[in-house]
Design a protein. Structure first.
Length: 338
């Protein structure tokens, strides 16, 4: 830094301000410093800077499994948001196993990171106490635990599922099957999205038929394909399918192709999550965009705010992301926008 300052004709403090992104510097001064840095090949010692600050510059993201496309794309969005804020992300995969989700909270790796963005699936409302007193900044994702001792970013699951179902109803569909429900579940995405489906039926004066609801398995393509086959075999007069996530909907679409069922002529299909693959399936899959980029950016910002002010005693926030229905060929046919 001494050499850079001498080359640029400025103080060492000015060099420090430039490399640390201090905003109130003349552009001409910044350019001189940056030119000197380039000429000398100077590199900021990030490790030393973070040690002085008592921070590592590393945050963790714990997700159930990257094999589920939604979580893979969420991880990508979190990494991008973190990079924009000068942070590096450590990804941890829990496999939706309770023991591993608890290890993420208490394990040695937490000493390496400044904070945690945490998306549990095995833990539930009765496990709020597990989040108390963790001793580091944390942001909660998902729908398993509400009202916990952490900032929380979540989706509009009920309203978004209701909108997806309404989209099908507006197209004249009346025998709408649900793929991915978990029998007996009272918390979590499956339960909330099923609530939205039922609410849409009720608002349109249609009865809820439990025979149209299938699931019993992880939210993978295979579960969607197998559930769709069972529903077709039951000869329920289905004219539409709501997959509670896109992987399930894509699996259902596969079975419909195998059975030579015209989509959307005979059966319309919509999913949830708007993963990249849905724009390239055949037909392209209608879905719900749940605000994934907003979720990622908000989670990183909330975590960074807690990291930078560990004595922050403001109440924990709950942020619900915006959503939109993305209508494609699997519901609109050739009328879908290109």
């Amino acid at each position: 830094m001494h050499e850079v300052a001498a080359r640029a004709g400025v103080s060492i403090k000015t060099v420090s301000n430039v490399v640390n992104g201090y905003p109130y510097i003349r552009e001409s001064t910044r350019e001189k410093v940056e030119q000197a840095i380039a000429e000398l090949g100077y590199q900021l010692n990030v490790t030393a800077r973070n040690l002085r600050r008592g921070r590592t510059g590393l945050i963790a993201l714990a997700v159930p499994e990257l094999r589920l496309p939604y979580f893979a794309e969420l991880a990508d969005s979190v990494i991008r948001a973190a990079e924009d804020r000068g942070l590096t992300v450590l990804i941890e995969q829990t496999g939706s196993v309770r023991k591993r989700e608890l290890e993420v909270l208490r394990g040695q790796r937490r000493q390496l990171t400044d904070g945690l963005i945490y998306s549990p699936l095995a833990l539930g409302p009765d496990d709020v106490h597990e989040l108390e007193g963790v001793g580091y900044p944390m942001v909660l994702l998902g729908e398993r635990i509400f009202g916990g001792p952490a900032d929380h970013v979540t989706m509009s699951n009920v309203e978004a599922a209701k909108a997806a179902t309404q989209h099908l109803l507006d197209l004249g569909r009346r025998r709408i099957a649900v793929v991915g429900a978990h029998e007996g579940e009272t918390v979590g995405s499956a339960s909330l999205r099923l609530q939205g489906y039922v609410a849409a039926l009720e608002e349109n004066g249609l009865p809820f038929d439990p025979a149209l609801v299938g699931g019993a398995g992880p939210w993978h393509r295979a579960t969607g394909a197998d559930t769709m086959a069972r529903l077709l075999d039951a000869d329920l007069g289905i004219d539409a399918v709501f997959g509670l996530n896109d992987a399930l909907a894509l699996g259902a679409l596969h079975t419909l192709h195998l059975r030579r069922v015209d989509v959307p002529g005979q059966v319309a299909v919509i999913g949830f999550d708007d993963i990249e693959e849905t724009a390239y399936s055949s037909p392209t899959l209608s879905t719900v965009h749940p605000g994934r980029e907003q979720i990622a950016a908000t989670a990183v910002d909330l975590l960074l705010a807690r990291i930078e002010n560990r004595d922050d005693d403001r109440p924990f926030r709950q942020v619900v992301a915006d959503f939109s229905v993305v209508a494609r060929q699997s519901t609109l046919g050739d009328a879908a926008p290109a």
